[in-house]
Design a protein around this ligand. Sequence first.
Ligand code: SAM
Length: 271
Amino acid sequence: MPERNQAQLSQLVEIILASQKYRHISADLVKRIGAAELEKGRKPKEAVKAAKKKLHQIAGAYLAEKPVYPAWLQTLKASIQSENPQDLKNACREILQQHASTRERLPILHDFYTNILDEVGPIHSVLDIACGFNPLTIPWMPLQNEFTYYACDIYDDLAGFLNSFIKLYQAKGEAWVCDVIYQAPKQEVDLALLLKAIPCLEQIDKSVGERLLDSVNARRLIVSFPIHSLGGKQKGMPKNYEARFYSLVEGKSWQIKRFEFDTELAFLITK
Ligand SMILES: C[S@@+](CC[C@H](N)C(=O)[O-])C[C@H]1O[C@@H](n2cnc3c(N)ncnc32)[C@H](O)[C@@H]1O
């Protein structure tokens, strides 16, 4: 990139990271999205606008309110110390409501994991890719008593919150900031989750879905897609996403099982 564009890119990154909405987003991701917009020949102001729009589409649109992680951690801590196991589920539910993707999973949460993982052997380790708030659904997952949970997304404040939750839960593992378009996670696990992430990631890079499915180091993967748009419209989405999914796994000798829920279309891949 020419020097003048480098300066424009640094400025674009600075402007975006200074905004309330995007200050916790991976600077590397902002840089990559910003560079792509400048390379299209956009003027700096337009490139900032276009990059913000992309960030909104792939992440910002899912978070309605400003997350209050310290307060949520206090609630989770109190519920974990309570003798009633239902208290923890209730606390998690409240927080899961605050992210559009897990909010629409709440009505199907119990069946989602029970049905999909019914015939799957013991799960000692999970990798949750582009996780959003989904690690808070751990209490519904049929995991072994001692398990390791890895989770990554693009927000550093979310990673901090999830690390505290994993610790509170006395599980092993970690959450970290990633850009899975640039680098796929390498952990070897029993189960990987790629929940409703492919349509977001493919807005930046059309080849990322196939790359992730190939490179993730897990024998089993749950891959899912939304049934409705964020605005609530269906617009033939399940049919289109199903076709997209089958095109991604075409030619692979993997076993595929399909599950349709009211709010989510899911596939279990066994490699
Ligand atoms: C539709 S949400 C799905 C969240 C979660 N998997 C679920 O189903 O509840 C898409 C998620 O992808 C994350 N994301 C977007 N681009 C990403 C990237 N390049 N690397 C990692 N995560 C990304 C967003 O921050 C957001 O949490």
